[in-house]
Design a protein around this ligand. Structure first.
Ligand code: HT7
Ligand code: ZN
Length: 875
């Protein structure tokens, strides 16, 4: 396969002004007529028109009214080239596609009998021949024709300008999008659907129509998505002064979808998982996901659609920025400082669980990659979540007002353009009069920087020095230069209060937190008038995506865990205390030594658990131990069984020691009355259900009865699912409960996904049990949500079973990467990533993993998607 390099970028030879698309929709044979007006791009020396096309049957091609014969154009693989074209060209292209046969879910496809499209990143070329690249922006008019009884709803981008009847039971709808857009934002839906709709008044007084389209039986599950959409519209007006630019905004839910959702202009298409919710079927986590994803796609309307990417190497320009915006939206929706901190802690957990490992593995890439084989493999946690951290650092450096100024300048300069990450950085720098040239390295250098801190207190001079030293492992092709790192610092006195800070810098004197700007490899920062040796709280609010090393004593960590005014670092202190013990326990398991847990740690956990002055959501997060994956990342040689045993020992010991307190919290955090997904209620349920999970680690009849009652009487899915998971994990026979859960919800696809997922991730589920679950009539590889629920939750969420000593689960992995690849390469490539960190395991496991990887790599007819992942893993 061919590698594409960022340095090879050339502007398009022809620009497109208008696109008129006509669709005669038929599952077996859809005719697409495309009339496109092009003009030569003065920035290009080439006069060749280059069109992309994949899996298309070309029926007719006309240029400026005349048919082009075979010799007048070149059809080479997936490109169609017309050489030495005139300066102004009208192309008329007729193609055929077979949407019902399209299992890739890219381009035009059929899901449950309805038509949908997915064009990002390169799906439009599976619909028609086109210069399918984001820097070609055009105005679209779309005519849809389809059988009226089967597809009563015909939607596309923009405004509905005409509709009517045709002969033989067909009808049509014509849509016009007033905005220029890249082809990846094109969408159509032809379906039997119903909608919840509402007229909504913008702050300017303009009225818009909002619609959420779903299958008929799901109309009782659209309220939260609609509410989230209205909240998103209001938030973007208030926080960034950005108004919805269309008269109509539609969300459509589809059950077969490769990712979470897609921001097509005015016609967002969503995975049902991020639309459908009512208390019976959706958990608190699902509700939060819907709010975040509805917000995310809506915010793309400005950051992504109005200003888009010049090329796919700039993907994080829109994704990192839009994730940052949805994170801020979710935090603002909670509205309290502790709620904001809880969302921030969740973000840090995701980074450590997924992004740091990616940055240290074979698929590591900078936020702005330099090359790729398959762009679909680069919708990664690095592009999205690390990209959001990079955007967040601008705000940390220039402040909220400065960030807003930067955003305003970015839109003033680039509205309607396709631009680069550097343009965003320049807007932030220019709007704030800051030199952000060194900051560019966050875009160009892969890897997680390590910041090592050392401190020195001078009692006589009353100064406290913090020396920060940064380094980042060089990658194969890159020597790393120092990053520009904002390090937020506070100092705690012996009474646990923040000391007022006085640094050599002039601004922010007397504040509890200062942002130190680390630019060189090593820098020392001095604090004055420090009357006692303080406990440093470094990297507050996780001010940069780095690993912080500091030799904290247990006493210092306990002090921070009890008092730090920065909730993120308070949580972090608890994680450090737990991690140190987990690493020792893991080593003890491996050595066959006895396992013990100290009373100091148990007492700290107890104090936090019962501290009612703290938000329940925060307490829940603070009591969750570092995951097996995060522990594995800290080990030189990973032994998954030893990690699992050590972590289970710690959980069991805590459960036994804290039983009365856990029981008390279980009862104190009930949420009687009607279900509400608000943050306080969700936090209480989270803490209550964490207590239940602990109580069921070594349950007696009383605890089992508690879980059984909760399962039977729960008024919402959060509590019902939590009780079921606790019962499954307790080792007691949960078969009857699993059976009744399935019976109650077999008509609810998203709940059936949960049913598979909770079994896949249970420590008692081995690969044989997974194979057996695959025989269940509800299982199919063709639906990505279903495949993910069982297979991915096993390979990624059940490490001790996935890494079974005999390598049998790796064989299962290889078999299913290959099977999935024949259906859906994007999903297969994601599964292939489960093996990224194979070189870090014990030699015996490595040997099994290598064999499985080689088996996949050797398979004939592998997609580029999977080939890229496995060859980088094996390289
Ligand atoms: N921008 C959207 C990306 C997306 C996607 C990419 C590749 C294949 C399928 C896809 N579905 C959606 C999602 C987002 O970030 O909002
Ligand atoms: Zn996005």
């Amino acid at each position: 396969p061919q590698t594409i390099f960022r340095k090879d970028y050339l502007p398009p030879s022809y620009l497109v002004d208008t696109v008129e698309l006509g669709f005669d929709l038929d599952p077996a044979r859809t005719i697409v007529a495309n009339r496109v007006t092009l003009r030569h791009n003065p920035l290009s020396k080439s006069r060749d028109i280059v069109l992309h096309g994949e899996e298309l049957e070309l029926v007719q091609l006309r240029m400026n009214g005349k048919p082009l014969q075979a010799g007048q154009y070149e059809l080479n693989g997936n490109t169609l080239t017309i050489r030495k074209a005139p300066l102004a060209v009208v192309l008329e292209i007729e193609t055929l596609t077979a949407p019902a046969k399209n299992t890739t879910l890219s381009g035009l496809y059929v899901s449950n009998g309805n038509f949908f499209t997915q064009c990002e990143a390169e799906g439009f070329r599976r619909i028609t021949y086109f210069p399918d690249r984001p820097d070609v922006m055009a105005k679209y008019t779309v005519m849809l024709r389809a059988d009226k009884a089967l597809y009563p709803v015909l939607l596309s981008n923009g405004n509905l300008v005409e509709q009517g009847e045709l002969d033989d039971g067909r009808h049509y709808a014509k849509w016009e999008d007033p905005f220029k857009k890249p082809s990846y934002l094109f969408a159509l839906v032809a379906a039997r659907l119903v909608c919840q709709e509402e007229r909504y008044t913008l702050q300017s007084g303009r009225e818009v129509l909002l619609q959420v389209w779903v299958e008929e039986g799901n109309l009782d599950k659209t309220d939260y998505a609609m509410q989230s959409l209205k909240n998103s519209i209001r938030w973007d007006e208030e926080r960034f002064g950005l108004e919805l630019d269309l008269d109509r905004f539609m969300i459509v839910a589809v059950g077969d979808f490769n990712m979470g959702a897609m921001e097509n202009k005015g016609l967002n298409i969503f995975n049902t998982k991020f639309v459908l919710a009512n208390p019976r079927v959706a958990t608190d986590v699902d509700y939060a996901g819907i709010e975040a994803v509805v917000g995310h796609e809506y915010f793309h309307n400005w950051t992504g659609n109005r200003v888009t990417c010049r090329d796919w190497f700039q993907l994080s320009l829109k994704e990192g920025l839009t994730v940052f915006r949805d994170q801020e939206f979710s935090a603002d929706m909670i509205g309290t400082d502790s709620g904001r901190a809880v969302t921030r802690i969740d973000q840090v957990r995701t980074l450590r669980q997924a992004q740091f490992p990616e940055d240290a593995g074979p698929m590591a890439h900078p936020v702005r990659p330099d090359s790729f084989v398959e762009i679909n493999n680069f919708y990664t946690v690095t592009i999205y979540e690390k990209g959001a951290e990079v955007v967040r650092m601008y705000q940390t450096l220039v402040g909220r007002d400065g960030f807003r100024k930067g955003m305003d300048l970015y839109f003033a300069r680039h509205d309607g353009q396709a631009v680069e990450c550097d343009d965003f950085r320049a807007a932030m720098a220019d709007a704030n009069g800051r030199d952000l040239s060194q900051f560019e390295r966050w875009y160009s250098q892969a890897g997680t920087p390590v910041v090592r801190a050392e401190t020195r207190y001078d009692a006589a001079a009353k100064t406290f020095d913090i020396t920060l030293r940064q380094h980042c492992a060089a990658s194969a092709d890159q020597q790393q230069l120092p990053f520009h790192i904002p390090v937020a610092v506070g100092l705690l006195g012996a009474d646990g209060r923040d000391l007022p800070l006085k640094t050599d810098a002039q601004d922010r004197q007397g504040h509890a937190t200062v942002v130190l700007e680390l630019r060189r490899e090593e820098q020392t920062f001095r604090f004055h008038d420090i009357a006692e040796r303080p406990t440093p709280s470094i990297l507050r609010d996780f001010s940069a995506p780095v690993v912080l090393e500091y030799d904290y004593s247990d006493a210092e960590l306990l002090h921070l865990f009890s008092h730090d005014s920065d909730p993120v670092n308070r949580w972090e202190a608890g994680q450090r205390l737990a991690m140190a013990r987990l690493l020792k326990l893991t080593a003890a398991v491996a050595a066959g030594a006895p396992l013990t847990l100290d009373d100091t740690f148990i007492a700290a956990q107890r104090a936090l658990l019962v501290d009612d002055s703290l938000d329940p959501a925060f307490r829940e997060l603070a009591l969750i131990l570092p995951s097996e994956t995060i522990i594995a990342e800290r080990m030189a040689v990973v032994e998954p069984q030893a990690i699992h045993t050590a972590r289970q020992f710690m959980r069991r010991t805590l459960a036994a020691a804290l039983k009365p307190e856990l029981l008390a919290q279980y009862h104190a955090n009930q949420t009687p009355g009607a279900y509400s997904p608000d943050a306080l209620s969700a936090g209480k349920r989270a803490l209550k259900n964490l207590a239940l999970a602990y109580l069921l680690i070594a349950p007696r009849e009383a605890e089992l009865a508690l879980a059984r009652r909760q399962f039977a009487e729960a008024g919402n899915m959060t509590d019902r699912a939590a009780a079921l998971v606790a019962l499954i994990h307790s080792g007691s026979d949960a078969g009857a409960h699993l059976h009744s859960f399935y019976q109650d919800f077999e008509q609810e696809a998203l709940v059936v996904d949960k049913w598979f997922a909770m079994q896949a991730a249970a420590p008692g589920t081995d690969v044989a049990a997974v194979r057996q679950l695959m025989e269940h009539p509800a299982f199919t590889l063709k639906n990505p949500n279903r495949a993910r629920s069982l297979i991915f939750n096993f390979t990624n969420g059940n490490p001790s079973q996935f890494h079974a000593a005999d390598g049998s689960a790796y064989e299962f992995w290889a078999e299913h990467v290959i099977k999935l690849d024949a259906l859906n390469p994007q999903v297969a490539a994601r599964l292939a990533r489960s093996m990224d960190r194979w070189r870090r395991y014990t030699p015996a496991l490595q040997a099994h993993m290598q064999r499985a990887l080689e088996r996949v790599a050797a398979h004939a007819r592998l997609s580029n998607d999977v080939l890229e992942v496995v060859s980088k893993a094996l390289a």
